[in-house]
Design a protein around this ligand. Structure first.
Ligand code: GLA
Length: 389
């Protein structure tokens, strides 16, 4: 992680080297981990993410020839130049689809083309939302450069639509909201139905705690497969229950009607049970963090969240289960997989002086499973998207 000033200088210099002129500015947006509230966002429920100190940066300038030029220091061999008018889903593909999708969303307001150089240190493919960080850095840049009247919720929607409609990943608003709205030393308590939010104090260090992020090294891809299946199952469960969104159910007893004796009914009941209990877990964690209780008390709630993702929502993988088990076994107060599932990262809430022991236990467990050592780092709740220069 570089300081904002160092990051701005690096992106600016790389932009000048690439495009022969200085950028008009540099913007940054962070990756995220979600403390609790997984897969609740597209069900109108609650989420509680924190921003990572790792960011994606976009150095941007307007240009006059109708082209969108996209370059990334992380993908030096795949720079893209495309006519503004030729942007469409699939063109461009790969990493460039994320910034291109945002430009496409705002195409009516982009007069004559753009040059964008991307740099960043959010681990990609780790379930830490490097894609949303990229979308949000570009969305913020375009708002500022083009003088667009877009509030934070509008920016979230622009970035989310880029992901849904241009990239083709049917996600909710968790990642983009975290990237744009989080603040340092706080978790963002967001009600995804009415979009109200609260910054909940989460000053871990003061409590002698650390939030350990463990990147399992198994990748995930939301654009295909399981994520979309879960979304459709939740919608099917809501339809059978006669509600618009599963958020409207707050008592698991109401889910009994889903169990109609068929295997499908049982699956829908378990999917819905995850959403209902997960919303309750978010409220429980928020109540603990708002009050005077020891924040260690949220640990078991996090672990219960993992068990629900594993057993009811069925989106964990054995390596993440092993990771959680090893972390808790070595003294973590709680641990769980984070993000969309089927790979990616886990978090563990640990006493600051136990970070080493927990990391060693997890690493040893990975070795026993025949896996390379995971990348781990301690994170602190960090700032949301901002202009750097
Ligand atoms: C991914 C999606 C989010 C959210 C999470 C699961 O990160 O992008 O919208 O659904 O999975 O909580």
């Amino acid at each position: 992680m570089s300081s904002d000033r160092e990051a701005a200088r690096r992106a600016s210099e790389a932009f000048t080297e690439r495009f022969g002129t200085a950028p008009e500015g540099v913007w940054a947006a962070p990756g995220r981990v979600n403390v609790i509230g997984e897969h609740t966002d597209y069900n109108g429920g609650y989420v509680l993410p924190v921003a990572l100190p790792h960011t994606t940066r976009a150095a941007v300038a307007r240009r006059g020839d109708g082209l969108v030029a996209l370059a990334s220091l992380q993908h030096p061999d795949t720079a893209v130049e495309i006519e503004l008018a030729d942007l469409r889903p699939g063109h461009p593909a790969g990493w460039a689809a994320y910034p291109a999708g945002v430009v496409h969303e705002l195409r009516d307001r982009v007069p004559h083309g753009l040059s964008i150089l991307v740099d960043g240190d959010v681990p990609s493919g780790a379930g830490l939302s490097s894609s949303a960080a990229l979308e949000c850095a570009v969305a913020l840049a375009l708002r500022d450069l083009l003088g667009l009247e877009l509030g934070p919720a509008d920016l979230v929607d622009v970035a989310r639509r880029a992901e849904n409609d241009f990239v083709g990943a049917p996600t909710g608003i968790l990642d983009q909201s975290a990237a744009l709205l989080c603040t340092a030393e706080h978790a963002l308590f967001l009600d995804t139905r009415d979009r109200s939010s609260e910054q909940v104090p989460f000053a871990l260090a003061a409590a002698g705690l650390a939030l350990l992020v463990i990147d399992s090294g198994t990748t995930h891809d939301h654009a295909e497969g399981g994520y979309g299946d879960r979304r459709r199952e939740c919608e099917a469960a809501a339809a059978r229950l006669g509600v618009g969104l599963l958020r409207e159910i707050d008592d698991v007893a109401a889910l009994g009607v889903l169990a109609d004796g068929t295997p499908e009914g049982d699956v829908l009941r378990r999917r819905a049970r995850h959403i209902v209990t997960e919303n309750a877990r978010v409220l429980k964690v928020v109540a603990t963090l708002r009050g005077d209780a020891d924040p260690r008390a949220i640990g078991p709630v996090l672990t219960a969240g993992h068990e629900s993702l594993r057993d009811d929502f069925e989106i964990s993988v054995p390596l993440l289960d092993a990771c959680v088990e090893a972390a808790v076994g070595a003294g973590a107060h709680g641990a769980r997989m984070v993000g969309g599932g089927f790979g990616g990262s886990a978090i563990a809430l640990v006493d600051a002086d136990a970070v080493e022991a927990v990391t060693a236990a997890v690493t040893a467990r990975f070795a026993r499973e025949g896996q390379a050592a995971p990348r781990t780092f301690v994170t602190v709740p960090s700032a949301g998207a901002r202009r750097l220069a």
